[in-house]
Design a protein around this ligand. Structure first.
Ligand code: ASC
Length: 156
């Protein structure tokens, strides 16, 4: 059999094998890998904006109502973007710190994620009114929702 004919016969099998590993022909990340990358980017953006609020809440830098409100509004906008990044096809993708039980306790995980979304929305609303003590408390309440989920579902 001529070699070009063999290639033509094998091509569909090769394509199928490549597709089933989730790696595209040009080495692009799979859907699951893209979801994980997106998830990490959103978490990074949240952490970046969390940091100044954390420092203000701890009295490490002076409370600045405008700055606090800006950071709070960003976190409130980012938090609802997370749940989409926990797509089924991202389960088991290398590089994730999610413990396996996160995927099997999805109802509890989703409830914890909703706590973050609700508390960060409340934080933004409180920060909008500019009261230092109330803003700091709303921040601590939000940070507690981060911790609740990390303690249970994040490795290390
Ligand atoms: C942060 C950050 C977290 C949370 C967590 C809250 O700033 O990066 O993961 O707050 O420490 O307890």
């Amino acid at each position: 059999m001529p070699s070009h004919r063999i290639v033509r016969l094998l091509a569909p099998a090769v394509l199928l094998a490549v597709a089933s590993t989730g790696v595209h022909a040009q080495g692009q990340p799979s859907k699951g890998e893209q979801a994980l990358k997106y998830r990490k980017a959103v978490y990074q953006a949240i952490a970046w904006n969390f940091a100044p609020m954390s420092q203000m809440a701890q009295g490490k830098i002076p409370f600045d109502a405008k700055e606090f409100e800006l950071r709070a509004s960003r976190v409130a906008a980012l938090a609802p973007m997370l749940s989409e990044s926990y797509s089924a096809d991202s389960s088991g993708v290398a590089g994730s710190k999610a413990k396996p039980e996160m995927w099997t306790n999805r109802t509890d995980f989703d409830a914890k994620m909703k706590d973050l979304v609700d508390r960060s929305a409340a934080l933004a609303a409180v920060a909008n009114r500019g009261d230092a003590a109330k803003s700091k408390q709303a921040f601590l309440d939000t940070a507690a929702t981060c911790k609740a989920c990390h303690d249970k579902y994040k490795a290390d």
